[in-house]
Design a protein around this ligand. Sequence first.
Ligand code: UTP
Length: 270
Amino acid sequence: MKIRKVIFPVGGLGTRFFPITRAIPKEMLGIIDKPLIHYAFEEAISAGLEEFILVTRHGKNSIEDYCDYMFTHSRYFNIRSGSICYIRQNEPKGLGDAVLCAKNLIGDEPFAVMSADDFIFHDKSCIGEMIKHYNGSNMIATMSVAPNEVSKYGILDVKSETDRLVVAKSVDEKPNIKDAKSTYAIVGRYLLSHEIFNILVDLEPGVGNEIQLTDALLKMIPTHGLTGFKFDGQRFDCGSKEGLLTAILHTANSNKELSNVINNFYRKKR
Ligand code: UTP
């Protein structure tokens, strides 16, 4: 079945960016002249996704204002009106809970989930490439991380692997270094069966007392499998200060005028 809908969960607190995220949503932090949410839309639209569901909450209204602007200026996007909608997450209870909030807007078709704070720099759309490889198994984007980073991610226990795909036999949210079964981490791109809602609805809080999407993926492995897609391009964790700064430098460096600014800055420092 064609994947048409994407959920952008934007309900998180963004504690790693306090105090700025007390008033500005993390997804509105800028990479030069566009906020993170803009890049996520670019990736989704070039993948052919048509219906955009933002799971938002109190204090995030500037995202809606920005989307109004983006979709009324055809130099950005020219989508049909009515294909973007917003639903509230009353409390930030975790990514799994945010996805569950969109249940009634998804219905009974497979769908995508994209975290705007995972910025993937590449000329091909990561979610678009995943859709090309989608075979009905729940699919996540994966990359190998440094061993001392595994405790920040959902980590796969690998059953088999090809150049592009990693088939998981299990998955563990934020394991200790010594317990991690691999260094393949889940990155914020997902293609999911709508049946995940049946699991999420009864899911108990997990790590960090949050409803973890990873825990629902684990429960579905016997029926729906779990496949990791090894994506191309560079990914930056823009939920962290280091990641956002590196993404800004990387983007600036690929622009002639801005790369001169960076070079001049370092020249003066020397
Ligand atoms: P994070 O795990 O980065 O959490 O969320 P966070 O609250 O945004 O940031 P920190 O860790 O406190 O700094 C990953 C994605 O899930 C969304 C976030 O907005 C982000 O896109 N999310 C998280 C929700 O939509 N709701 C939640 O309850 C939690």
